[in-house]
Ligand binder design. Structure first.
Ligand code: HEM
Length: 137
C-alpha cells in the first residue's frame, strides 16, 4: 500500500475540489442532452446518474476521494464502453462538449492544459470501432 497523496498536493484540490468537477460534468451533460448522436446512447431518461458516475470517476482520477471505485469497482473504462458504438464521430462529439465544459471553468493555463490533454487522450483510447456502419458489440 502506498500512502495516499495529501489532498493539498493533488490536482483535485488545486482546481477547487468537488464543486469544480461537478461544474465541469454538468456543463458537459448540457451539451450531451442536446446532441443527436450522443443523447440516444444514454439508456436512462435522466442523465443525472450518468453525470454522477463521470464526476466521481474524474474526481478520483485527479486525486480526490475514491468514491467511484468504492461504489462502482475498478473503472475498466474500455470494458464499460464496449456495449456502446464509440467511433470517431462519437469521440469528436464527446470532445466538443467536453472542450466547452473545460473552457467554462476558466482554469489557470497549466491546469486547463493538463485536464484537456488527459480527456482528449482518454477519448481517443476509448474508440472501439472505425467502421461507421458496424453496430455496437
Ligand atoms: C469517446 C467518447 C465517449 C462516449 C461516446 C462515451 C459514452 C458513454 C456512455 C454512453 C456511457 C454510459 C452512461 C452511464 O450509464 O454512465 C458512459 C459511461 C462512462 N464513461 Fe464514457 N464515453 C466517452 C468517453 C469517455 C471518457 C474519455 C471518459 C473518461 C475520461 C469516460 C468515462 C465514463 C465513465 C466513468 C462512465 C461510467 C462507467 C460506470 O461506472 O458504469 N467516457 N460513457
Amino acid at each position: 500500500m502506498t500512502a495516499p497523496v495529501p489532498e493539498e498536493a493533488s490536482f483535485f484540490a488545486a482546481v477547487g475540489g468537488e464543486p469544480t468537477f461537478r461544474r465541469l460534468v454538468d456543463k458537459f451533460y448540457e451539451g450531451v442532452a442536446r446532441d443527436p448522436l450522443l443523447r440516444p446512447m444514454y439508456p436512462e431518461e435522466d442523465l443525472g446518474p450518468a453525470a454522477d458516475r463521470l464526476t466521481l470517476f474524474l474526481m478520483q482520477y485527479w486525486g480526490g476521494p475514491n468514491t467511484y471505485s468504492a461504489t462502482r469497482g475498478h473503472p475498466r473504462l474500455r470494458m464499460r464502453h464496449a456495449p456502446f458504438r464509440v467511433g470517431p464521430a462519437e469521440r469528436d462529439a464527446w470532445l466538443t462538449h467536453m472542450r466547452a465544459a473545460v473552457d467554462s471553468l476558466a482554469l489557470p493555463g497549466p491546469h486547463r492544459t493538463a485536464l484537456w490533454e488527459y480527456l482528449e487522450r482518454a477519448a481517443y483510447f476509448l474508440v472501439n470501432t472505425m467502421d461507421p456502419t458496424e453496430p455496437a458489440h
